[in-house]
Design a protein around this ligand. Structure first.
Ligand SMILES: [Fe+2]
Length: 239
């Protein structure tokens, strides 16, 4: 399974590959967005690559994704932020959601740590509630697979915010969630993709291992190949 993962900034390299109009991106199976990209840009990517989009919203451009719903009903909007609506402008909103993709279970968590009164920011306890509900949904899928003698599905997670202590920063806005770390310890996903953390120095390590999980900062764009437990993260120009 080959994923084109995008996040946070519009990537010139990716745009160049698209503008060449050759078939270098034809091998991509799915597009994943880890947030903070405008709706327009995501539409451009999906129209060009012509593959299904799975996304979480970041802390920017939130109203482009959610603003048209419950504009004046704050309470309803708060509930709605707990779980995304499945289909939005041709993409699948993965926030607080679990989907089965080939032989994998995909889960997503949008937003960032609350640092001002803005939209789509969460306190640790709010995100923990969403993470626990998602973990229960995954356990239920695995239980169904178990009683039906199906092969156990591995988990892939996409989030906007980072995991606490991995690629995150000290300031409130870029702190990672501790509940993500707990999820990794208990559920052992094979891959965790996130955005939100902009590395000024691109030489800094963007892939880390925590337990059995590869954590990849997909800032700008990455090509991620997954075959069983084997995962390879590369830049788009390597195609
Ligand atoms: Fe962000």
């Amino acid at each position: 399974m080959r994923i084109l993962a995008v996040s946070d900034v519009e990537d010139n390299n990716l745009e160049n590959v698209i503008s060449l109009k050759n078939d270098r991106l034809a091998s991509v199976d799915y597009i994943f967005s880890c947030g903070d990209l405008s709706r327009k840009y995501l539409e451009y990517i999906t129209d060009s690559v012509k593959k299904s989009l799975y996304f979480v919203s970041g802390n920017h451009y939130v109203l482009q994704f959610y603003g048209d719903k419950f504009k004046s009903f704050k309470m309803l909007r708060k509930l709605y932020y707990g779980k995304g609506m499945r289909f939005r402008f041709g993409g699948i909103d993965m926030h607080g959601r679990v989907e089965i993709l080939e032989n994998y279970i995909i889960a997503g968590f949008g937003g960032a740590m609350r640092y001002n009164p803005g939209n789509f920011q969460f306190e640790e306890f709010e995100m923990e509630r969403i993470v626990k509900r998602t973990a229960s949904a995954i356990k239920w899928i695995r239980f169904r697979d178990f009683i039906n003698f199906r092969k156990k599905k591995e988990i892939i997670v996409m989030s906007h915010a980072p995991v606490a202590g991995v690629h995150d920063k000290k300031d409130r806005c870029h702190q990672g969630f501790k509940c993500f770390r707990k999820f990794i310890r208990k559920m052992k996903p094979i891959l965790w993709m996130h955005g939100h953390v902009h590395f000024e120095d691109q030489k800094k390590e963007q892939n880390s291992i925590l337990g059995k999980t590869l954590i990849a900062n997909v800032y700008s764009s990455k090509i991620i190949d997954i075959a069983g437990y084997k995962i390879n993260v590369d830049n788009v120009h390597s195609l």
